[in-house]
Design a protein around this ligand. Sequence first.
Ligand SMILES: *Cc1c(COP(=O)(O)O)cnc(C)c1O
Length: 383
Amino acid sequence: MIQSVNPIPAFDIKQQYTTIEAEVSAAVLEVLASGRYIGGPLVEGFERQFAAYHSVNECVACNSGTDALYLALRVLEIGAGDEVITTPFTFIATSEVISAVGARPVFVDIDATTFNLDLEQIAAAITPKTKAIIPVHLFGQPVDMTALMAIAQSHNLSVIEDCAQSTGAIWSEQKVGSIGHIGCFSFYPTKNLGGCGDGGAITTNDPAIAAKLRILRDHGSKVRYIHEEVGVNSRLDALQAAILQIKLRYLDIWNERRRAIAAYYHQFLNQVPGIITPQELAGGVGVWNQYTIRISGEGRNGSSAKYRDWVRNQLQEQGVSSMVYYPHPLHLQPVYQSLGYQPGELPVAEQACHEVMSLPMFPELTDQQQDQVIYALKDCLGG
Ligand SMILES: *Cc1c(COP(=O)(O)O)cnc(C)c1O
């Protein structure tokens, strides 16, 4: 038992701000003085930089990752009567937007080692109504986009990548969000590229899609006060754009540090009995928005949520915070009762909800803090 030093939070976004405080403050004051708060050169500049970072033709900024996904479905004209395949092990936003456009989410179980969609099970879920697949690069781990695009192409389906947790991740030499037809990003403060408020972006190589997205995000209007269709108000503020332009320059450094932290965790936790560490697929370069382990080994049918929660409490007593992403799979959420899914139908995702816990992970986490996390886990589980 080691004495707890300072408590370690699961994430700490205040600390990152202190490292770029001078730059950010100056940029913010400049925006305030400019009087140009919505749209304008800062937003357009950020869109160009974000597109260039992804080697895509187009980036359309919007108000959130949720809006990015919603607008992506709208621009593909997916709606009532259509089905969209996605994962049950993600944040609700991914499937919520499918329902919001009037389509039906079809959940496919996940792979136990990557926490991402089990690609082998997608084909069986495709029906004549299926229009698109939304793969989520969960926790920053890229989906095998080569295999996924092959499935989509053979069934003539659109692919909308949910990159909310994976800005900067790479699959087979390409940034995620540049491989599918449309990429959707969130700049929620805790994401790898996080603003100081809400924000989102959509990437695509198709200029027609981008042009239509610009209309949809602005009340369905291209020419002022002429409304061609029912759109939304979904804009990135100039303040956020100014801050994100600065942070984008640090993103690769921060992601590199996340990778080093993940490698260190792996090295020391890989051998601890009862812990299953996350693995990276060959071909993928993950950006570790979360470092999520499984607590297993209690009972024959895997672990229970109670056991995982006991481990989390033990850690908390030693000053180590952790999070559970996600405690409930989407197909069993009350909101989706009408879809008729039953417990046991997507067993890998359901089991993951009982076993996962995410350890402290942010670029400013020190080596000593990491040691403290590792000691606390070893102290609790032995090994
Ligand atoms: C955060 C998140 C979203 C939604 O992004 P917001 O900017 O919060 O709307 C969507 N999908 C996933 C996987 C997320 O983690």
